[in-house]
Design a protein around this ligand. Structure first.
Ligand code: PEP
Ligand code: MN
Length: 281
């Protein structure tokens, strides 16, 4: 048996770099991520109201974000917490896209919603809690939209690659991987951002790798330093939560950057992205 046929390598034969050495570029509505193109994804954690979403969308678009994020269907730890606006949230995202021109990424939680979300979303997010929901992964593998696959806080890098392989195996090879923090004994942050996953993943896979410092830190004051570090570590993008009044947010308030602060954030990131020889979007 050749080394390149070893079971380990065959395990992620489609997403692995050994068989596809060139980095993949994923393009949505003219914005690119991967191989020198940096994705600046920003927006509210959750679509709460039309005004909150449109205000945030306008601000991040003006500041140079390349993709708008926003959850309409939300995975919540408590079954009593706000679960998102659902279909109404998708309609608000469509309006935000029409107004700003930004492509939208939103989360799919349930295979029963796949058609509805695939129709609206430019990128379908699979959240950390569903990283090993293999039926859901296969479902988005059959949809002609790029997938943003978040690492589970309890998954190894290899398990993340295997999850991406589930999507690719069904035919959809447009997968963006996202490091968003893992569980450790540390309590000063919500999760521990595993920055070493970035260069490890970049070596193992041709897929774009982005970082979500908002969920990793759980604190807005750490989002900029962690985002800077992500750029320096070689990430192909960052995903940032932004809200007009984080103190009133229905979900993840403490980690969301204030709308008025995003332009400065974007400027800092753009400078570092250029230093790394890359271009935003
Ligand atoms: C999110 O990005 O909205 C989210 C819920 O993040 P995660 O799945 O990483 O917890
Ligand atoms: Mn969130």
């Amino acid at each position: 048996m050749e080394v390149s046929d070893s079971p380990e390598l065959l395990a992620y034969r489609l997403v692995g770099r050994d068989r596809t050495p060139d980095s993949t570029v994923i393009e949505v509505r003219g914005r690119r991520i991967g191989d020198g193109f940096f994705g600046l994804i920003a927006g509210p954690c959750t679509v709460e109201t039309r005004e909150q979403t449109l205000e945030t969308a306008r601000a991040v678009a003006a500041a140079g974000a390349t993709i708008l994020r926003g959850g309409a269907f939300k995975p919540r730890t408590s079954p009593y917490a706000f679960q998102g606006l659902g279909r109404k949230g998708l309609e608000i995202l469509i309006e935000a896209r029409e107004e700003t021109g930004l492509p939208i990424v939103t989360e799919l939680l349930d295979p029963r919603d796949v058609e509805e979300i695939a129709e609206v979303a430019d990128v379908i997010q699979i959240g950390a809690r569903n990283m090993q929901n293999f039926n859901l992964l296969a479902e988005v593998g059959r949809v002609p939209k790029p997938v943003l696959l978040k690492r589970s806080p309890a998954a190894t890098v290899e398990e993340l690659l295997m999850a991406a392989e589930y999507v690719a195996k069904e035919g959809n090879e447009r997968v963006i991987l996202c490091e968003r923090g893992i569980k450790t004994f540390e309590r000063s942050t919500r999760f521990t951002l595993d920055l070493s996953a970035v260069p490890v993943l970049k070596r193992e896979t041709h897929l774009p790798v982005i970082v979500d410092p908002s969920h990793a830190a759980g604190r807005s004051d750490l989002v900029l330093p962690l985002a800077r570090a992500a750029v320096a570590a070689g990430a192909d993008g960052v995903m940032i939560e932004v809200h007009p009044q984080p103190e009133d947010a229905l979900c993840d308030g403490p980690q969301q950057i204030r709308v008025g602060e995003f332009a400065r954030f974007a400027d800092e990131i753009r400078t570092l992205v250029a230093l790394m020889g890359k271009t935003v979007g």
